[in-house]
Ligand binder design. Sequence first.
Ligand code: COA
Length: 260
Amino acid sequence: MSYTTLLTELSDRILTITINRPEKLNALNKQVIEELSSIMDEVYQNPEIGAVIITGSGPKSFVAGADIAEFMQLNASQGSELAAKGQSMVFDKIENCPKPVFAAVNGFALGGGCELAMSCHVRYASETAKFGQPEVNLGLIPGYGGTQRLTQLVGKGRAMELLMSAQMIGAQEALQYGLVNKVVTPEELIAACRATLQVVLTKAPLAVAACIKSANAVWNEQQNGYQVEIEEFGKCFETKDMQEGVTAFLEKRKAVFTGQ
Ligand code: COA
């Protein structure tokens, strides 16, 4: 499949998705949202893809937000629809993806960009990254899950401060807040994501998927996370990978997982 606003590269089972509108600091317009939705469907379905890195094109920006130019003329129900569609088409799809998705935050991660990074399972940032939810500058609030995921990741006090003040924080502060897992130089960013994902790709894929599902259940009010964990734990016993993992341990050899 070819994309107009995304660059893609698959190597060693890791798909790197680069949002490619550098002249607009990679802002998320309707087309980017639609293409991200399609590519996430591809990620779910294509067995050749084991993991994903999402990043932004150019040295300046990861994603500088939703495309503000598309906001004029929307009424309340159209605004709600924009948020709901974006959440289900992209942000929830990334969060619930059974394969690990890392954000490589290479610059501005503002508004929808910060929300995109937060929907990923793990965030690594370059030293130049800047995070913020500046929507109140526009008379808006985040609509792609930002009020929820920011609060989950950094706690209520820090989230409230960022949401209400629209202030940006740098990579080191984001690290201190727990918003990102690691800060590296811009040159090291993709390699650092790849290095961790290469480790994850040696693990049992169904077990990795079960970790994602169970950890996400913490914030799903329709689910009891402990019960989800119990069920996912049980399901592991019916996988060939669990047989292989336990046998390999007992035979003192490295396990070879097949994702079955
Ligand atoms: N939506 C649409 N266009 C955007 C955008 C966004 N979220 N963010 C940046 N752009 C565009 C600018 O309009 C400009 O386009 P132009 O050259 O055609 O005028 C281009 O990207 C470069 O941005 P510019 O503002 O000139 O760069 P800067 O270095 O001076 O400032 C930012 C960088 C990120 C501080 C600034 O662009 C900004 O505040 N962006 C909006 C962030 C935001 O509010 N995001 C939340 C949206 S809900």
